[in-house]
Write a protein of this length. Structure first.
Ligand SMILES: *[C@@H]1O[C@H](CO)[C@@H](O)[C@H](O)[C@H]1NC(C)=O
Ligand SMILES: *[C@@H]1O[C@H](CO)[C@@H](O)[C@H](O)[C@H]1NC(C)=O
Length: 287
């Protein structure tokens, strides 16, 4: 009798456990991340580059210390993953082959100092450009096709986060001593080039199974302290507005490009993220 009673209790516990586990269901099955230092979670630790964040004070507010995130604590991706009810998204290069097969909740391909253009992604050593990040996503898809094809059904419900382009200005167009781009292209032509390349990348992601995209524009690069401090002559305004205006050429075209993709790529959804609208007030205040 006592034994039956404990069996019943055991079943109740199992039942409750199943309900609780189901209650913890996430808002999306997975989060796949493409981008630069704003988004990365440790890929550059595995790459021959100076653009690393694996030492203090990076990570100073987390018990485990620096991880390769370019921040004192969490990146925006960590917050997004948590609010979707997903675990933190691991760096692609930190995963073993069996990790890549088994992971269902997403992968982070982002790489600090990278850009939309492959040549941007060599400014500080070899990091993973957008093309390379998409190639790694393709490898993930191929691996799962061979080993865990059921997981691929979830790709169409997964979130594809794309936040890139900052370094195509910071490390490339705004570095005329290192790069020819500002000699070759007018600001508008360069913006066109970036939008064009990003469009190709997004299309390739769609072909591989991505459907739900969040695509960010470029932030107020003219407010970054390093840009303000290196401006000559020194700006009389808190930010270098010429640089912000340069970025605006790209940002103005981006919404039209993603709207057009949404129209032509059946079943796709694109959300535009406005990084430019998020003012870097702390950078401005520090001046
Ligand atoms: C697909 O996603 C759901 C959660 O949205 C999850 O319960 C399920 O296990 C996933 N399927 C595969 C094969 O990964
Ligand atoms: C953001 O900063 C710009 C100056 O760069 C300013 O004109 C604008 O009003 C600010 N917007 C907000 C919401 O603070």
């Amino acid at each position: 009798m006592a034994r039956n009673y404990s069996m019943v209790l055991l079943f109740i516990c199992i039942f409750l456990h199943l309900i609780l586990v189901n209650c913890q269901s996430s808002l999306a099955p997975a989060l796949y991340v493409f981008g630069d230092s704003l988004s990365e979670s440790g890929n550059n630790n595995f790459l021959p580059t100076d653009a690393k964040a694996n030492y203090t004070p990076y990570g100073m507010d987390v018990p485990s210390g620096a991880t390769g995130r370019f921040t004192n604590g969490k990146t925006i991706i960590d917050f997004i993953a948590q609010s979707l009810g997903l675990p933190l998204v691991p760096a692609y290069l930190s995963l073993s082959t069996s990790d890549k097969i088994n992971i269902k909740t997403g992968v982070n391909y982002a790489s600090g100092a990278s850009g939309i253009l492959p040549e941007t992604s060599t400014a500080l050593g070899m990091v993973m450009s957008l093309d390379k990040q998409i190639k790694n996503f393709r490898n993930t898809v191929l691996l799962k096709t061979l080993t865990a094809p059921a997981q691929l059904k979830n790709l169409s419900d997964s979130i594809f986060w794309v936040s890139i382009g900052n370094n195509d200005y910071i490390n490339n167009y705004l570095k005329p001593a290192n790069y020819m781009s500002s000699w070759i292209y007018t600001p508008q032509q360069f913006a066109n080039l970036l939008v064009d390349r990003l469009r190709k990348g997004l299309r390739n992601m769609y072909i591989l199974g991505a459907r739900k995209f969040v695509v960010f524009n470029i932030g107020r690069l003219g407010c970054i302290p390093a840009i303000v401090n290196s401006a000559n002559p020194k700006p009389t305004t808190p930010c270098v507005e010429d640089v912000n205006n340069l970025v605006l050429l790209y940002n103005t075209m981006l919404p039209g490009m993603i709207r057009e993709l949404e129209r032509t790529l059946i079943g796709s959804i694109f959300v535009h993220g406005d990084a430019f609208g998020l003012n870097q007030t702390s950078a401005e205040e520090s001046l």
